[in-house]
Design a protein around this ligand. Structure first.
Ligand code: SF4
Length: 355
């Protein structure tokens, strides 16, 4: 493998993407590095990392290098008689020619992405909308032109950043090819938002969410059951439901709070200042929030942190990325919560159980 070939196939990827993008083997395109905010007291994702923007040319070069891998795999497939179909044999032949690919995570990602149909992509890292609109649009145009098989491109975004863009800018980004935004709402309670240093108010979340919907994005809002602990659980549940109702996004996704080492909330938990909910209290909080939801969104528990068990010992909720459609399936979710609370009565109450 020559240095020239190594350069031709190299590109950057970040660490994180939502589980729903892993399930669909999304192509990961890194448009910025790390988080421009990086102050949330529960979050350890980018704590030691410095934020930086990437230039559109750098990102477009990455996309071209990804396309070179795709072309290489297809060429070998044709040569080996598979008619362009992506096969293990084509991948092995390409690795034999360019051995450096054998230890390339990027090569494995592209191979899996093509095998799964090459349909989805995710822009990394924590807040792609922080880029200047014309630069993001430039990247999106190049991405869509290079990979016309894409039918969904998504990204994380902060409410604050979405609210700062004009509706015309958001529309342009959306129509150029960014289909879905994943926003970390965490809570709709102003006091708790302040405490966790989210850098946005409940009204700010509502404004951003409504704007994103109006611009045409599919919208996933993430919230954190248990984030308020014993002291704030009720306001957390009620106000999060209130804010979700006001936005009425396409999806809301549960990411139960877990104290991550290296974060201020972890320290607060260790010192006893933060009192976590027991599993049955977590379910009571969820029940209150579900009762208060009055919208037409899908409610999803698509993360391993939603570990509660049902009466047969299996997971209480489906971890499907499409979740439960409200209001139709609200009674199903409430029934499951009753079941989980009942099961929990006969189970040791250890907070933060994991799968
Ligand atoms: S905005 Fe997101 S990635 Fe950044 S610190 Fe907060 S939770 Fe973490």
């Amino acid at each position: 493998m020559s240095a020239e070939a190594a350069r031709k196939y190299s590109f950057e990827t970040g660490m994180y993407r939502p589980p729903s993008e892993g399930g669909s083997y999304s192509l990961l395109i890194r448009v910025t590095r790390n988080c421009p905010w990086n102050r949330c007291t529960f979050c350890s994702m980018y704590k030691q990392q410095k934020f930086s923007l990437r230039s559109p040319q750098e990102v477009k070069d990455d996309i071209d290098n990804m396309a070179a891998i795709c072309d290489g795999l297809k060429d070998f497939s044709w040569k080996l008689g598979y008619g362009g179909e992506i096969t293990r044999e084509a991948a092995i032949a390409m690795i034999n020619r360019d051995p450096v690919l054998n230890s390339s995570q990027g090569f494995v990602m592209i191979y899996n992405w093509l095998l799964s149909g090459g349909k989805t992509a995710f822009l990394q890292d924590a807040n792609s909308l922080i880029m200047k609109t014309d630069q993001l649009v430039d990247i999106l145009k190049h991405l869509r032109k290079t990979f016309p098989s894409l039918n969904r491109v998504t990204s994380y975004a902060r409410s604050k950043t979405v609210a700062q863009k004009s509706i015309d800018e958001l529309r342009e980004i959306c129509t150029t090819g960014l289909d879905r935004l994943h926003i970390g709402l965490e809570t709709g309670d102003d006091e708790l938002l302040k405490k966790i240093k989210k850098g946005v108010t409940a009204e700010g979340h509502i404004k951003a969410g409504k704007k994103a919907m109006e611009a045409g994005f599919q919208l996933s809002e993430y919230w954190m059951p248990g984030l308020g602990g014993k002291a704030m659980w009720e306001n957390h549940a009620r106000n999060t439901a209130r804010v979700m109702n006001a936005i009425n996004p396409h999806y809301i996704r549960s990411r139960p709070f877990f104290p991550s080492p290296g974060t201020p909330l972890f320290e607060a938990h260790e010192s006893g200042e933060f009192e976590p909910l027991s599993p049955s209290e977590q379910l009571e909080e969820l029940k209150l929030m579900m009762e208060e939801l009055d919208f037409t969104s899908k409610v999803c528990f698509d993360h391993a942190g939603n570990w509660w068990r049902g009466k047969n010992g299996g997971l209480l909720f489906t971890q499907s990325y499409e979740g439960y459609q409200f209001p139709e399936q609200k009674p199903v979710v409430l029934r499951l919560l009753e079941e989980g609370i009942e099961v929990q009565k006969n189970t040791p109450e250890t907070p933060f159980l994991r799968l």
